[in-house]
Design a protein around this ligand. Structure first.
Ligand code: SAM
Length: 275
C-alpha cells in the first residue's frame, strides 16, 4: 500500500472528510515524518510495520472521537507546542485573545500575575515567554498540576512560574497586578449537550461550572479585589451569553469594566476590569 492509499482509505472512514488534517497528522506522527516529507513520500510504499501498527491504533482512537491532541499528546497554542493529556483542557484558540490582551496590558513591566485554573500552563507559559512577568499558576486538580509542571520544565521557566494547588486563590494574601483566568464556564445543559470528543475525553472539572455556568466566574470576581494591587487588572474568558451576568458580578465587587473583546464568531469572550 502507498502512503497516499493509506491516507485515502482512512479518510473515507471519517464523516465528511473534515478531519483530513487529523489523518495526515497521525500518519506523520506514526512514521516520524514532517508535512513536506509526507507529501514527498505519498507515492512510496508503506514498509514500516511498527509505524503502521501505531497509525492503526491511533486511528481507532480518532474513530472513537478521542481528540487528536490527546492521541498525539500535544497541542499548539500561541505558536508553541504544549504537552497535554486528558487531565487538562486542550488549549483553545479563543484563549489566545485573552493572552493577547494580557500581553498588551503587561507591556515590558515586571508584573506579578496570578493565572487561576492554569491547566496545561498555556497562559502562564506564553505570558512568561513574552513578558517580564513573574507568574503564580494555580489549579485545584493534582493531575493537571503534573502536566503544568511538565510544560514549565519543557520551556525552562521554573524560575518564572510558581505552581500552587489551591481553590482559585492562593492561601497567603499577597497582591497581584493582574489576575488572568479561563475558568470552567459551561452550564449543566451545555455540558450535557457537548460533542462526544469533549464530553467523553476532556475533564469535566475544567469545563462544567455548575447549573448556570457562571458559578466559578462569580467566585473569581468576588474574590479578585482582595488579591489585586490598587490599579490591578482582572482578565477573564467567559462563555456565550454570560456578559450580562459577569457585568453584574463586577458591579457587586466594585470592579470597573474596561474592555470586552469578541471572538471570531462575534461572542463576547474576554472581559477586562480593574480596581
Ligand atoms: C477551562 S480550564 C482552563 C485551562 C487553561 N488555563 C487553558 O486555558 O487551557 C479550567 C481549569 O481550571 C481548573 N479549576 C476548576 N475549578 C478550580 C478551582 N476551584 N480552583 C482552581 N482551579 C480550578 C481546572 O482544573 C482546569 O484546569
Amino acid at each position: 500500500m502507498l502512503f497516499s492509499e493509506l491516507f485515502a482509505v482512512h479518510l473515507q472512514q471519517l464523516k465528511s472528510g473534515e478531519l483530513s488534517t487529523a489523518v495526515e497528522a497521525l500518519i506523520e506522527n506514526a512514521f516520524a515524518m514532517n508535512r513536506s516529507q509526507f507529501w514527498i513520500r505519498k507515492n512510496q510504499p508503506v514498509r514500516d510495520a511498527a509505524g503502521l501498527r501505531k497509525f492503526r491504533k491511533h486511528f481507532a482512537r480518532l474513530l472513537a472521537h478521542e481528540p487528536l491532541a490527546y492521541i498525539l499528546g500535544e497541542k499548539e497554542f500561541f505558536g508553541e507546542v504544549f504537552y497535554v493529556n486528558p487531565a487538562v483542557l486542550i488549549p483553545r484558540p479563543e484563549t489566545e485573545l485573552l493572552v493577547e490582551k494580557a500581553l498588551d496590558l503587561a507591556g515590558s513591566k515586571t508584573l506579578r500575575i496570578l493565572d487561576i485554573g492554569a491547566g496545561s500552563g498555556n497562559i502562564s507559559v506564553i505570558m512568561a515567554l513574552k513578558s517580564a512577568a513573574q507568574i503564580t499558576a494555580v489549579d485545584r486538580s493534582r493531575p493537571a498540576l503534573r502536566v503544568l509542571k511538565k510544560n514549565i520544565v519543557r520551556f525552562g521557566l521554573q524560575k518564572r512560574i510558581r505552581v500552587m494547588a489551591a481553590d482559585l486563590f492562593p492561601k497567603q494574601n499577597e497582591p497581584f497586578d493582574m489576575i488572568i483566568a479561563n475558568p470552567p464556564y459551561l452550564s449543566g445543559k451545555e455540558w450535557r449537550e457537548s460533542p462526544a470528543g469533549i464530553k467523553l475525553f476532556e475533564p469535566e472539572a475544567a469545563l462544567l461550572a455548575g447549573p448556570t455556568g457562571t458559578e466559578v466566574l462569580a467566585r473569581i470576581i468576588a474574590g479578585a479585589p482582595q488579591h489585586l494591587t490598587p490599579c490591578g487588572h482582572v482578565l477573564l474568558e467567559i462563555g456565550r451569553g454570560q456578559l450580562r451576568a459577569v457585568r453584574g458580578f463586577l458591579k457587586s465587587a466594585r470592579l470597573r469594566e474596561m474592555d470586552t473583546i469578541c471572538d471570531y464568531s462575534g461572542i463576547a469572550r474576554v472581559v477586562v476590569a480593574c480596581r
